[in-house]
Design a protein around this ligand. Sequence first.
Ligand code: HEC
Length: 255
Amino acid sequence: MRIVGLMLIAATVLFALSGEAVFEKKCASCHSEYYIPQSKLVVNYQHNNRELNLTAPTVTELSFRIKDQVGDRTLDAEGQKFEIEDWLTQFLKNPKTFKSILPKNVRKTYGQMPPVKVTEEETEALADFLYEYAEKMMVAHGVKRYSYDEALKIARKQKKIILVEGYLPFCRGCIWMDRNVMVEPEVKAILNKDFVLVRKNLLIEKLPLGMKRLGTPSFYFIAPDGERIIDMVEGTGTKEEFLSLLASIKERVHR
Ligand code: HEC
């Protein structure tokens, strides 16, 4: 009996549809780009799509917009995925009648998406794929995050500043920072050189050194010795603002 059970599990894993494969087959002919840094996209939209000549929004754009606007962001992942699946079922039948989740300037860059035929199973796999993609993109293109203990060791050895990022899974400003600032090449270069990063979900995790949690997103800078708090900052900012914050922290670390 146990063997049969195991084989059944193996079969479901094998035959579960891959959302990425469905996307490749049914969507990627138009949505051909997966990730383009946001700064390049902004320029492209300002120039009426002449730089990149895209046929449809990138997967990153879809994933972030869907996570932010479809269903209830404050539900757990499975709950929101169900809502996204329902939404996709209706949307793919008749995209035209839907209120767009894209900002106006992005929407007007493209023509109208035609209906696409998908099965129920394919829709479920697509919902999963689109929900997960934003996070995967962040891991693939962002700066590496460490546990606090690992970060402390690296900071002491390499004289780096510890940056603890406080976030909540459904915090809009956090998603905005992740997408617009934390993955930008200039920001990444400085973070990689002088900082070591730790991410803390403030709903369930405590901050080090007994620091009080601020609203989200928030950024807690700790000197390389791991003992002195340099600054605690709350809120979102543009890439330029964040770069100047990092520069001012670097100046203050040796004081
Ligand atoms: C023939 C080209 C084409 C195909 C195939 C296609 N799309 Fe699109 N899609 C577009 C275009 C163009 C837009 C932007 C205009 C719009 O929003 O309707 C878009 C927009 C979208 C949006 C945002 C809609 C909004 O405005 O709120 C979603 C979500 C989306 N596509 C999902 C999918 C999925 C999932 C598939 C595959 C099952 C798919 N698309 C297949 C061309 C396509």
